[in-house]
Design a binder for this molecule. Structure first.
Ligand code: IMP
Length: 177
């Protein structure tokens, strides 16, 4: 057996797909007639981003950036490191950051600061999940999938110590798992 745990479904594959479609439609409506740069924050957002990209009916370009704020823990270290920068010029572009989850907000604050220096025309945040009760830095999530409780979630790209990204739904990591 590849996975030794089968976490309970917290957000189903179907609910994620339906919400992703709605977010894609909202982005399509807001940027009609323009090009957008979809900026995938690695690694956790890669599945959400690939599904969202296919729900945006606009000319798009895809960029990646890699950030790290966690070691093998479930608590943010607060130290955000950029492991890989974007490869194209974002000046004058409509940039949509695509993230898996905003927890304390420290990572997104760091990323917004970094990207503002690149002088995009617009800078928006799309996040599948937001743990609002854990906020340390308030972040405006322009396109939000689901507000969630203070639980450590895995699957659909989100990991625990590098694992469980392949689960097709969002599950909760319990002590008993
Ligand atoms: P923040 O800086 O506290 O907002 O944390 C953001 C990052 O922490 C996310 O991009 C995730 O990589 C990670 N993270 C926060 N909460 C969870 C969770 O419940 N499961 C998996 N990763 C999480």
């Amino acid at each position: 057996m590849i996975n030794e745990i089968n976490p309970d479904v917290y957000i189903s594959t179907e609910d994620i797909a339906a919400r992703t479609k709605e977010i894609g439609n909202a982005i399509t409506k807001e940027f009609r007639g323009e090009e957008v740069v979809v900026l995938c924050v690695l690694k956790g957002a890669f599945i959400f981003c690939s599904d969202l990209l296919r729900e945006i009916n606009l000319p798009t370009k895809l960029e990646f950036i890699s950030l790290s704020s966690y070691g093998a823990n479930t608590e943010s270290s607060g130290n955000v490191i950029m492991e890989m920068d974007v490869t194209s010029n974002l000046e004058g572009k409509n940039v949509i950051i695509v993230e898996d989850i905003v927890d304390t907000g420290l990572t997104m604050k760091f990323l917004l600061g970094l990207l503002e220096q690149k002088k995009p025309k617009t800078l928006k945040v799309a996040s599948l999940l937001h743990k609002t009760s854990r906020t340390q830095v308030p972040i405006t999530v322009d396109y939000l999938g689901f507000e969630i409780e203070d639980k450590f979630v895995i699957g659909y790209g989100l990991d625990y110590a590098g694992r469980y990204r392949e689960l097709p739904y969002i599950g909760v990591l319990n002590a008993g798992n």
